[in-house]
Design a protein around this ligand. Structure first.
Ligand SMILES: NC(=O)c1ccc[n+]([C@@H]2O[C@H](COP(=O)([O-])OP(=O)(O)OC[C@H]3O[C@@H](n4cnc5c(N)ncnc54)[C@H](OP(=O)(O)O)[C@@H]3O)[C@@H](O)[C@H]2O)c1
Length: 258
């Protein structure tokens, strides 16, 4: 299976202005990649590029909103014409907003689905076309262990992240045939500006640097899934194999349904 390296092309990271994406962009630059960094806040990307000065590779801001389908088509084309082929893409931009009682199917709910699922698809589709045509490339999509099954107060989030896992599993059959390596990244809780807002207990919370190393090391391995911490990922996978009566009872007991 194809494994990207800096000699074969650039890396593209979405959600690079903060948290996991920011950390991964810096680590890939440390490992020698020219990294195109995408998020909406151009100022944060400029600061990131400056912070990468002195590393083996470098970071180049490529600001944009992943919810724009045409904008992401152009983004991929523009990056490749200016910087050469994208060898590695980390499609990570996304968010979690706790469900608000009574907002099921409302604006906030749809925004989460739109950003996490359609936004990622907007980036994935032009990459799949370009990489399939040259029969080479590596793409990692950030889902979450919350995508293994429905979690309390995360209806839209779980739905969007489950859909990403299923989409990648299904797409892998096609991409394997053309030599494109597709991976899915399923983190448990990682300390970032996003989780700093969570008012509840976060079991097995990982420091950002730890998560970043696990993700970047995972890019260099063969596995389809990069899931961590293992204790959390495997507990949730096991929970999802149990009968629903047990699944709901255990999750309600562990989380208080919230
Ligand atoms: N932290 C965790 O515990 C955890 C666990 C499992 C999965 N995840 C997933 O990991 C990913 C990153 O999470 P994080 O914790 O690092 O969150 P974060 O610190 O809030 O970072 C989210 C990133 O996404 C970008 N973004 C948001 N909307 C965007 C848009 N419309 N277009 C382009 N970029 C956009 C943000 O940049 P701008 O605001 O500048 O656009 C930011 O760079 C998410 O997909 C999240 O679901 C996180």
């Amino acid at each position: 299976m194809y494994r990207a390296n800096p000699a074969e092309g650039a890396a593209w990271v979405t959600g690079a202005s903060s948290g996991i994406g920011r950390g991964v962009a810096l680590e890939l630059a440390r490992r020698g990649y020219k990294v195109l960094a995408t998020a909406r806040r151009a100022g944060e990307l400029e600061k990131l590029a400056a912070e990468a000065g002195g590393l083996r590779g470098r970071i180049i801001p490529a600001p944009g909103d992943i919810t724009g389908r045409l904008a992401m088509e152009s983004m991929v084309a523009d990056i490749e014409s200016a910087h050469g082929p994208i060898a590695l893409a980390f499609l990570n931009a996304g968010t979690y907003v706790a469900d608000k009682p009574g907002d099921f199917g409302g604006d906030g709910f749809r925004e989460t689905l739109h950003l996490n699922l359609e936004g990622t698809l907007n980036c994935l589709a032009p990459l799949v076309r370009a990489m399939s045509a040259r029969r080479k490339g590596q793409i990692a999509v950030t889902s979450s262990v919350a995508g293994y099954g429905g979690m309390p107060r995360a209806i839209a989030y779980s739905a969007s992240k489950s859909a990403l896992i299923a989409m990648c599993e299904a797409l892998k059959f096609d991409l394997d045939k053309v030599g494109v390596n597709l991976q899915v990244v399923c983190p448990g809780f990682v300390k970032t500006p996003l989780t700093d807002l969570n008012p509840y207990d976060m079991p097995f919370l990982l420091e950002l640097d730890d998560a970043v190393q696990r993700i970047c090391d995972g890019f260099e391995k063969a596995g389809f899934e990069i899931a961590f911490p293992r204790r959390m990922a495997w507990s949730l996978k096991f929970l999802n194999m149990l009968p629903y009566s047990v699944y709901f009872r255990l999750l309600r007991w562990r989380t208080g349904g919230a």
